[in-house]
Design a protein around this ligand. Structure first.
Ligand code: ADP
Ligand code: MG
Length: 397
């Protein structure tokens, strides 16, 4: 995967860098309640300011749908960001027009400004050429450090990148390199784990993965649909019976592409989906009509761990069970800890992503030991589906 990187940007001193970041941070009572995304932008901001660039930060917040909504202002980000940077951050009440131009042009070399929510303008989500020109007027170069917004063709992620010399920021670069190492040109054998609740939300993902991976383990609620499609009784489990034929298609597609599928060998069931509900291990075909499959069983996990031992790369999306309700977190936690230990020992490149997957890895206490954990949500899933990401394509060349 080729894309322009920051080290290719020359003579930055005094030049205006328009930097797209993801500051769509959790807020409570008008204050930033989790600054993870602010921290993710710091390396790129520092890299530019250390070289004397003037940094103008572009970001969206929430869904104001093209008009000014005061409660969706980015202004509450100014104070925590300047505290993290250890320098003042200038503010502009609009992201384009005279005030934005005056704010950015008035920065000292090495200065930083944050501009108001891009989505206050309808031109942003419309990928409007005229709005992109107004943004481009604020910069001499463009840097995209918001991988999580790269699946959307918006003015600040796509159109503007064609109007200025465009580069991937350091967080974007790190994410693209990690994703490429997991799926683009991975060290083989490469194994995938796909879990979560539904087959229906992950059809494209499964179809893409079976053409690229050497092995794929299917877990979570979606495994029930596969078991059902193979004629096993799944009792009162969550199951998309109407997708049985689709599941069989995926099994055939895997076969044609030499991707070895791992479906559950055994499962953990309970009569209620509730924390602490009495759990039993069952073989396939041993599920009573009142029982629900809520986790993968011990033999399934043991086989998955052996498969990881014999792989060079792991790509993981979706928990293996209802990890929010112990004891049904057991398979997810055990598999996560095994992957993390292998990654820490340098024996496995382990990459994971997805909202609940990230939560599950934190629950297992091992997110920090994975090679890379993507918090990009929708962009990560679309990338796993093999879709083109407009914000990334705009940085190629
Ligand atoms: P991600 O957000 O990482 O992409 P998903 O949203 O696809 O993951 O799936 C996560 C959800 O899947 C969790 O809420 C979990 O409880 C649920 N899940 C996992 N296994 C089962 C199961 N056997 N039955 C029902 N739901 C399940
Ligand atoms: Mg989810």
């Amino acid at each position: 995967m080729r894309f322009r990187t920051l080290d290719q940007a020359r003579d930055l001193s005094g030049r205006r860098a328009l930097v797209r970041v993801d500051f769509n941070v959790p807020m409570a009572e008008g204050r930033v309640s989790d600054d993870t995304r602010l921290r993710a932008a710091l390396p790129t901001i520092r890299w530019l300011t250390e070289r004397g660039a003037k940094v103008a930060l572009l970001a969206h917040f929430d869904r104001p749908k093209g008009k000014r909504v005061d409660s969706m202002s980015l202004k509450p980000v100014v104070a925590p960001l300047s505290a993290l940077l250890g320098r003042p951050v200038a503010w502009s009440d609009d992201c384009v027009g005279p005030e934005a131009e005056a704010t950015v042009n008035g920065l000292e070399p090495g200065g930083v400004a944050l501009l108001e929510n891009l989505r206050f303008h309808a031109g942003e989500e419309a990928n409007d050429e005229g709005f992109a020109r107004q943004l481009a007027a604020l910069g001499d170069l463009y840097v995209d450090d918001a991988f999580s917004a790269a699946h959307r063709a918006h003015a600040s992620t796509e159109a503007v990148a064609h109007l200025l010399p465009a580069y991937a920021g350091l967080s974007m670069q790190r994410e693209l390199e990690a994703l490429d190492a997991a799926l683009g040109s991975p060290k083989r054998p490469v194994i995938g784990i796909v879990g979560g609740s539904k087959v229906s939300t992950k059809l494209d993902l499964l179809k893409n993965l079976v053409t690229k991976l050497d092995k794929l383990a299917i877990g979570g609620g979606m495994a029930n649909t596969f078991l059902y499609a193979q004629g096993h009784d799944v009792g009162a489990s969550y199951c998309e019976t109407e997708l049985a034929e689709t599941a069989r298609d995926i099994i055939r597609l895997a076969g044609r592409n030499n991707c070895k599928l791992f479906l559950p060998l055994d499962i953990v069931v309970a009569e209620k989906m509730a924390p602490g509900a009495p759990a039993r291990v069952r073989g396939l075909g041993e599920v009573d009509e009142h029982e629900r499959i809520l986790d993968a069983g011990p033999e399934t996990v043991a086989r998955l761990k052996r498969a990881m031992d014999n792989s060079a790369t792991l790509i993981w999306n979706g928990p293996l069970g209802v990890f929010e309700m112990p004891p049904f977190d057991a398979a997810t936690v055990e598999a996560a800890r095994h992957a993390a230990a292998l990654a820490k020992a340098g024996r496995l490149i382990a990459v994971a992503g997805g909202g609940d997957t990230v939560a599950a890895l934190h629950h297992a206490g091992v997110a920090g030991d994975f090679t890379f954990v993507s918090t990009a949500g929708g962009a990560f899933l679309e990338w796993m589906e093999g879709k083109a990401l407009p914000g990334v394509d705009a940085l190629k060349g």
